[in-house]
Write a protein that binds this ligand. Structure first.
Ligand code: TRP
Length: 331
């Protein structure tokens, strides 16, 4: 039995999904789709806010991401998968919501601030990028989503969405819009294969769900371990050792893993052995996922996206009607 609550998740399409997405959100979505009405949005419009000069990267990633969803077991009968730009109602909502947020408030947003540091807006941020949190509030409210499974970096965005909801309902004397709540996943962030804090597609340090087995093996072999663990007999460090971070995330037998760690720390276990264990673990996880990917035709994936977008659009249209009505836009 589903809860009757709506859960919304989204990804910016700028490449294929990787193991960081898998532990951080995809696994979670598999459980969520059994419990709630789930919507999964491919946020192409939002992705354009910092890739407007490279639309091909965004557009060209949409089908691949959907292929990744399906391959891990997201079921379009349980989760509505749709494309943001196919729901123009979201952008009309965004326009009304922009009146409810000051520029100063948007500039204070820590998520946007840290993104700006990483991106190349030189000296002046675009209006589109500064306002993407407002558009995200439209994504959430259009579907009356109350559960938003996200990473911690998204918390300030949910806060902005809720401020918009409260302001809207107060100013227009309505109860059309509902507040939402972030659900933080249980797993932490997966480190990059190079030991950097985050595995990211743009950082080139991620293992993709679609990587062929030889590539996975190569990436595992190239992983950062303990630079002082030179001879097999040397005692090794487990903290900061990328192979063990990945084993923590993917190796199911925790007792066996604890034993392996103890032996590695004592000395006598080589990096080749732990890498081979990790490689086996990852191949076992990825084999069925890769098989699933190969089975699907692009046309079938596109059909799923069109179907999902149609369903999502009907709901957003209904909310937009209520919003226009609340504002008094009836002619
Ligand atoms: N900003 C989110 C991200 O970068 C993607 C996103 C767009 C989103 N709209 C959303 C997440 C609505 C949750 C709800 O991952």
């Amino acid at each position: 039995m589903k809860s009757g609550q709506v859960a919304l998740t989204a990804d910016r399409p700028t490449g294929r999904l990787h193991l960081g997405h898998y532990v951080g959100s995809l696994k979670n979505r598999l459980e969520l789709q059994e419990q709630h009405d789930c919507f999964i949005m491919i946020a192409d419009t939002q992705a354009l806010s910092d890739n407007f000069d490279n639309p091909q990267k965004v557009v060209g990633s949409v089908v691949g991401i959907c292929r990744d969803y399906m391959a891990v077991g997201i079921d379009p009968a349980k989760s509505t998968i749709f494309i943001q730009s196919m729901i123009p109602e979201l952008f009309e909502l965004t326009t009304y919501f922009m009146n409810l947020m000051s520029v100063a408030r948007l500039e204070r947003n820590p998520t946007v601030k840290s993104e700006l540091q990483q991106k190349s807006f030189s000296d002046s941020v675009t209006a589109g990028f500064l306002c993407y949190p407002v558009s995200q509030a439209a994504d959430i409210t259009a579907f009356k989503a109350t559960l938003i499974p996200v990473g911690e970096d998204q918390l300030p965005l949910i806060e902005i969405a809720n401020e918009i909801v409260r302001r809207f309902n107060r100013i227009y004397g309505s109860n059309v819009l509902v507040e939402s709540q972030a659900i933080l996943g249980s797993t932490q962030r997966l480190v990059g294969t190079d030991g950097k804090a985050k595995a990211g597609k743009s950082l080139g340090n991620a293992i993709f769900l679609s990587d062929p087995s030889e590539v996975v093996k190569q990436k595992v072999n190239g992983m950062y371990t303990d630079p002082n663990h030179i001879k097999v007999s040397d005692p090794g460090r487990v903290e900061g050792n990328v192979v063990f971070s990945y084993l923590d995330a993917f190796f199911d037998n925790k007792d066996e893993l604890a034993d392996l760690k103890a032996r590695y720390m004592k000395g006598g276990v080589g990096d080749t052995s732990i890498k081979s264990i990790l490689n086996d673990t990852l191949q076992k996880l990825l084999d069925p996922i890769r098989d699933g990917m190969d089975l699907m035709k692009d046309e079938d994936i596109k059909d799923i996206l069109l179907e999902g977008s149609k369903k999502a659009r009907a709901i957003a249209t209904q909310t937009l009607c209520e919003v226009r009505d609340a504002i008094g836009l009836r002619y």
